[in-house]
Design a protein around this ligand. Structure first.
Ligand code: C2E
Ligand code: CA
Ligand code: CA
Length: 851
């Protein structure tokens, strides 16, 4: 056993501990028993008894103390809490109050103070109030604007000149403005909720069919429908107004249709104006006749109608003759009056179905339909012209007026209205040119030719531009010297399909226009270029002759063209160029021609008068035209051996040239005898198929290198015979022709000599010569005398050949033909020796010239 203190305590009895506390505290009394032994001696038992009252009381006491302290603390806490709550409550009450005031006055704010939370609350309230106030302000403004807009819309709607009707999506009227009310005859109060078709009834102007209501047209497209014209609105009382309308859906932002708006305008005035303008646009103000525009319409209709009727339609164009002088003399006011009177007279003579239109000025068009014959048209036109020609009295003055009228008949002239008018116009010009105060039917054939010509001119122009033209060259030779002197440049068209086209087929399409000059420039340039090439090849003697068309020669730019061409070929001396002009070009304006020729001479260029003898050339012309060369026309040269008239011309031209000191060239030399004759006559420059045909440029040099002059020319080269000896040559040539004609019949040819010439050897041209000129001049020569029996034999044989042929004895005829050829040679030999004898002895008047 440990050492311990044993304290005995007494429990104060004043303090009683409640039993619940004792129970609750769990403090109980206890008893402890212990045997007391010592040294093995048992001292007894010690019983220790503990009473619980004391600890219970102490614990109770302590608990009571604690509770008292706690209560105090709680009291204090309560007091604090109550105080706090009181302040918060004031703030909250203020907030509530502020809220109430805010509803009435948005400027209301609370003072921010007190507890943090209360402060936050106050700030939050104020912020919210600011926001609400701003929003409300914006709202008010927006509302104001809306209000204004709505007012404006309303005023607009009410005062707008157009009628406006709105409907709901189902098409029931929701609103309409006074104009719509007035146009439809429906007061808005009654119209509202009525179907639109009821209030707004429209028909097509022409057909009077009920028109589709515009909002139905919208069913397809949700946009504004096009303005519909030519509509008539039938009002409630049945009255009508021409209107134009358009409709549009009223859409929400999301695209939903919330109705339709229909705008309709009264177009009565517009229509009236249109009508007026329309009339002015289609009529001539002075005569009140249809003008050109309306005429086109009428003419189209007339042609279309005529196609159905199968009758004739006359389209006439009338032009007053000499109206301008009358107009000038009487004054314009009277002129106008005259036009009106003339119009009235024309209308009198025309039928109601005819159209008279004024094209302007003093030009009128007549369209006469349903004619059965040309006669009928002519009768009407004749009457009309007669009536027009009657005197007019204007302000006491008497005026006379006639007209020229051209017309065409459809469908004889099967063409379009425009061309009909053009044809009438052309015929009118013909009427004017043939003396005025008459009518003239259009000549379709003539027009076709003219058109074809135009086409061809166009084709030629393109060909020229495309380089399809070129020059051929025909030599000119000096028969006496047997040398080439130059070439004439002759235009050719190398047509892609037709081949070489000669100038005869294109030159006449180049007349009267710039095209001729164009060709002229081309020819000049090309020919000079060719001379330059010849010269480069050492062929320095050759000149070139270029044909100049009359219209080019007389053109003001001719000399410039010429100078340009020369300037482009500085290496060609102008002396190498010769220009050939025909008389007609020269004598059209002699002064001008003479000046141009003089200018050419200044440039060093020679001039030839081409085709000399065929035109009007006379001594006086020749005197005034300083040309250098006369070219005897080939038509005279061709027949110079046959036709004494041509021979006389050729001779005269050669004489003229000698007289005037001009050179002379003969063209169209086809046989050597022509050359001989020309030589004998004194013309030694010749050109013709007998020498060479025109040839392409690249053949020229080759031809010149191989060409040989005819031997007979050399024979006569230095001899000039008198005219009296020419018949010998002619006789020679004639004899050959006679033989040829007879032999030709064996090949089926026709006998080209007369029966008399065949049978009588004194009646043919050789016989004539023999008995007359020949006998007189050569009768003393034996050669001459020996010819007579030969000649008689020729005629006998000729007759026999024809006889044999007629009997079908062809073989015998052939034998005789060979004999005839023999005889011919003998006669020609005789003639040749006669010529030689003449030359040798100077018998006759022939004389030798120095070489
Ligand atoms: P032209 O000036 O009288 O030319 C002579 C014409 O006669 C040429 O015809 C030529 O080929 C032809 N001719 C030449 N020798 C003979 C012959 O022995 N017998 C026959 N029967 N005819 C012969 P082409 O080339 O057809 O020219 C015809 C006309 O055209 C020319 O007649 C001339 O007036 C004109 N011409 C030709 N080329 C041009 C040119 O470039 N410009 C102009 N303005 N006219 C030209
Ligand atoms: Ca010529
Ligand atoms: Ca000629």
């Amino acid at each position: 056993m440990g050492r311990g203190q044993l304290i005995a305590k007494t429990v104060p009895t004043t303090q009683t501990v409640p039993s619940w506390f004792i129970r609750l505290s769990g403090i109980k009394g206890c008893e402890h028993r212990q045997q007391v032994q010592s040294g093995g001696a048992d001292y007894g038992e010690l019983i220790l008894h503990c009473d619980a009252t004391l600890p219970q009381t102490e614990t109770w006491q302590r608990a009571l103390n604690r509770v008292a302290t706690l209560g105090g603390v709680i009291m204090v806490l309560f007091i604090i809490l109550a105080l706090t709550l009181r302040t918060s409550l004031v703030a909250l009450t203020q907030l509530v109050d502020a809220y109430r005031r805010f509803l009435k006055d948005h400027h209301t704010r609370v003072a921010v103070g007190g507890a943090r939370e209360i402060q936050q609350l106050g700030s939050a309230f104020n912020a919210m109030a600011d926001e609400v106030e701003a929003t409300l302000k914006a709202l008010a403004e927006a509302q104001g604007r809306l209000q204004k807009e709505a007012e404006l819309n309303h005023v607009t709607l009410m005062s707008i000149g157009d009628g406006v009707i709105t409907t709901d999506p189902a098409g029931l009227v929701t609103q309409m403005n006074p104009v719509a009310e007035q146009l439809t005859g429906w007061p808005v109060m009654e119209a509202v909720q009525q179907p639109l078709t009821e209030v707004f009834h429209i028909v097509q102007e022409g057909t009077r069919e009920t028109a589709i209501n515009p909002i139905f047209r919208l069913a397809e497209a949700n946009t504004v429908t096009a303005l519909e014209t030519h509509m008539r609105l039938i009002a409630r009382d049945g009255s009508e107004t021409p209107i134009e309308d358009s409709a549009a859906p009223i859409l929400r932002e999301n695209g939903d249709i919330i109705g339709y708006v229909l705008v309709l305008s009264d177009v009565s005035e517009k229509k009236a104006l249109q009508k007026k303008i329309g009339w002015q646009a289609t009529h001539d103000a002075l005569t009140k006749l249809p003008n050109r525009a309306l005429l086109a319409d009428r003419l189209n209709q007339a042609v279309a109608r005529n196609d159905r009727s199968q009758l004739l339609l006359a389209v006439g164009l009338l032009d007053l003759d000499e109206f301008k002088p009358v107009n000038d003399r009487l004054g314009h006011a009277c002129g106008d009056q005259l036009l009106k009177l003339a119009t009235a007279r024309m209308l009198e003579t025309l039928r109601a179905t005819d159209t008279l239109a004024r094209l302007g000025g003093d030009e009128f068009v007549l369209v006469l339909s349903d004619l059965t014959s040309l006669d009928e048209a002519e009768t009407i036109f004749g009457r009309l012209l007669d009536r027009l020609a009657e005197p007019y009295t204007l302000d006491g003055e008497v005026a006379q007026l006639t007209a020229s009228l051209g017309f065409t008949l459809y469908p004889l002239d099967q063409t379009d209205p425009d061309t009909l008018l053009r044809h009438a116009d052309e015929a009118m010009y013909t009427a004017k040119h043939s003396g005025r105060n008459r009518y003239q039917l259009f000549d379709a054939q003539h027009d076709q030719k003219r058109q074809a010509r135009q086409e061809q001119t166009k084709e030629i122009r393109l060909a020229l531009a495309a380089g399809e033209f070129e020059l051929f060259y025909q030599p000119k030779v000096d028969m006496r010297q047997g040398r080439v002197t130059g070439f004439e440049a002759l235009a050719r068209w190398r047509h892609p399909q037709r081949g070489i086209v000669p100038p005869g087929e294109f030159l006449h399409h180049m007349e009267d226009n710039e095209l001729g000059s164009k060709l002229g420039r081309f020819v000049l340039d090309t020919a000079l270029g060719r001379v330059a090439e010849w010269r480069r090849a050492g062929l320095n003697d050759w000149s070139v002759a270029v044909n100049i068309a009359p219209q080019h020669f007389t053109a003001p730019h001719f000399l410039d063209d010429l100078k340009d061409a020369i300037a482009r070929h500085p290496d060609v001396p102008p002396q190498c160029l010769e220009l050939e002009i025909v008389e007609s070009a020269a004598i059209a304006d002699l002064h001008h021609a003479a000046r141009v020729i003089a200018a050419c001479h200044e440039l060093g260029i020679r001039l030839a008068l081409d085709d000399f003898g065929v035109g009007y050339a006379s001594l006086s012309y020749l005197k005034r035209l300083p040309v250098d060369v006369l070219k005897i026309d080939q038509s005279f040269v061709r027949d110079v051996l046959d036709d004494p008239g041509d021979l006389a011309v050729v001779e005269a031209v050669i004489t003229l040239s000698t007289l005037f000191g001009r050179d002379v060239v003969a063209e169209g030399v086809e046989v050597a005898e022509q050359g001989v004759l020309l030589l004998r006559l004194g013309c030694h420059i010749a050109q013709g198929y007998g020498i060479a045909r025109p040839m392409p440029a690249d053949e020229v040099a080759g031809w010149a290198a191989t060409w040989q002059p005819d031997p007979s020319w050399a024979l006569w080269a230095n001899t000039q015979w008198e005219m009296s000896d020419f018949p010998l040559l002619v006789a020679q040539y004639d004899h050959q022709r006679w033989i040829k004609s007879v032999l030709n019949t064996l090949d089926g040819g026709r006998l080209s000599i007369t029966q008399q010439e065949l049978t009588n050897h004194r009646a043919c041209r050789l016989g004539h010569w023999y008995e007359n000129h020949g006998r007189r001049r050569y009768g003393h020569l034996t050669t001459f005398q020996e010819m007579e029996p030969l000649h008689a034999e020729v005629h006998r044989t000729g007759q026999e050949i024809l006889q044999l042929k007629a009997e079908g004895r062809l073989a015998e005829a052939e034998t005789q033909a060979r004999y005839l050829t023999e005889l011919k040679t003998r006669i020609l030999d005789s003639l040749a020796s006669l010529q030689r004898e003449v030359m040798r002895t100077g018998v006759g008047a022939g004389k030798n010239l120095p070489a």
